[in-house]
Design a protein around this ligand. Structure first.
Ligand SMILES: NC(=O)c1ccc[n+]([C@@H]2O[C@H](COP(=O)([O-])OP(=O)(O)OC[C@H]3O[C@@H](n4cnc5c(N)ncnc54)[C@H](OP(=O)(O)O)[C@@H]3O)[C@@H](O)[C@H]2O)c1
Length: 272
């Protein structure tokens, strides 16, 4: 009798509407909880560091024609760096052409990477898969990072900083609910890109160079407003301003505070 009543309920539209509504409320509540969760004081491993003069330093920049790379380029020039930027289509960097050296080429070509790195003190990559490239973009970050690691010793460069994703796993992670959500969403929606970024990390971990993998959540094309939140254990927010990321990376060129680590970044205030 009870079992028949339960079966009738489960079969009705009313039951499925109720179930859907309950699941939606639970999902929204946990997302809101996760998004408002701030890291503890111990998580905030980063404070605004003292900067050194960067006047005689040269950085090699990949992905300068992209969203994040554009902010990095502005930040590097703003701090007085000499910039060597890679571009498949130099016209995309035309407005910087009298202020930077543009190396034309594709980052999958090891000879292009060697030319880009020549005379640089550090390498920064905001290169990522581009939809228009189709299959050619599969494992692009792993391929390019391998080329960079091979070229670095010959050019006597020790520092490589790459923009990565907050879903990438490292041994000392201790993710909170937000961190778990970010990873789960990436596993569902960005599986190929995540596998690429994870393999890129494995390459770096096996290398002997000084690297920093900056693990980012959703990056918003917004200028710097305040230093980002930083944690070595879990993403501190669901979003990050590109301007804050760019300033953080340029500070790392100077301070090398997170060598061979993967700091998670986030911006405390969502952009308007
Ligand atoms: N946007 C986000 O919310 C987010 C979040 C977490 C992590 N990330 C990571 O951050 C990085 C930058 O993201 P983004 O949003 O700035 O990407 P984006 O705007 O699509 O820029 C990608 C850049 O990579 C370059 N590129 C791609 N393939 C290349 C190749 N074979 N040779 C030379 N250059 C190549 C593109 O050059 P062209 O102009 O020639 O195409 C472009 O400059 C990526 O690694 C991404 O996975 C992004």
């Amino acid at each position: 009798m009870l079992a028949r009543h339960f079966a009738q309920c489960c079969g009705s539209m009313h039951y499925w509407r109720w179930l859907l509504r309950t699941l939606s409320i639970l999902l929204c509540a946990s997302l809101m909880l996760a998004c408002t969760a701030q890291p503890t004081r111990e998580d905030l491993a980063y404070s605004v560091p003292q900067t050194e003069s960067s006047q005689h330093h040269t950085v090699a920049l990949l992905g300068a024609s992209g969203m994040v790379g554009g902010y990095l380029l502005e930040a590097a020039l703003g701090r007085g760096y000499t910039v060597r930027a890679l571009a498949r289509n130099p016209a995309k960097l035309a407005r910087f052409s009298n202020r930077i050296t543009i190396i034309k080429g594709d980052a999958r070509d090891p000879a292009v990477i060697r030319e880009l790195l020549h005379g640089s003190d550090a390498v920064i990559s905001a290169l990522g898969p581009v939809k228009a490239d189709g299959d050619a973009s599969h494992f692009i970050n792993t391929t390019v990072t391998r080329n960079i690691l091979e070229a670095m010793p010959a050019e006597d460069i020790s520092l490589y900083i790459a923009v990565s994703g907050a879903a990438v796993v490292m041994p000392d992670d201790n993710r909170n609910l937000l961190g778990w959500w970010i990873r789960t969403l990436a596993q569902i929606g960005l599986r190929g890109a995540l596998q690429d970024k994870q393999a890129e990390y494995a390459l770096l971990a096996d290398s002997t160079v000084d690297w920093i993998l900056v693990r980012c959540p959703l990056i918003e094309p917004k200028p710097f407003d305040e230093p980002p939140l930083v944690s070595l254990q879990t993403p501190p927010a669901f979003q990050l301003r590109a301007g804050a990321l760019a300033q953080f990376i340029m500070e790392q060129v100077e301070t090398r505070e997170f060598i061979r680590q993967g700091p998670f970044l986030g911006s405390s205030k969502p952009a308007n």
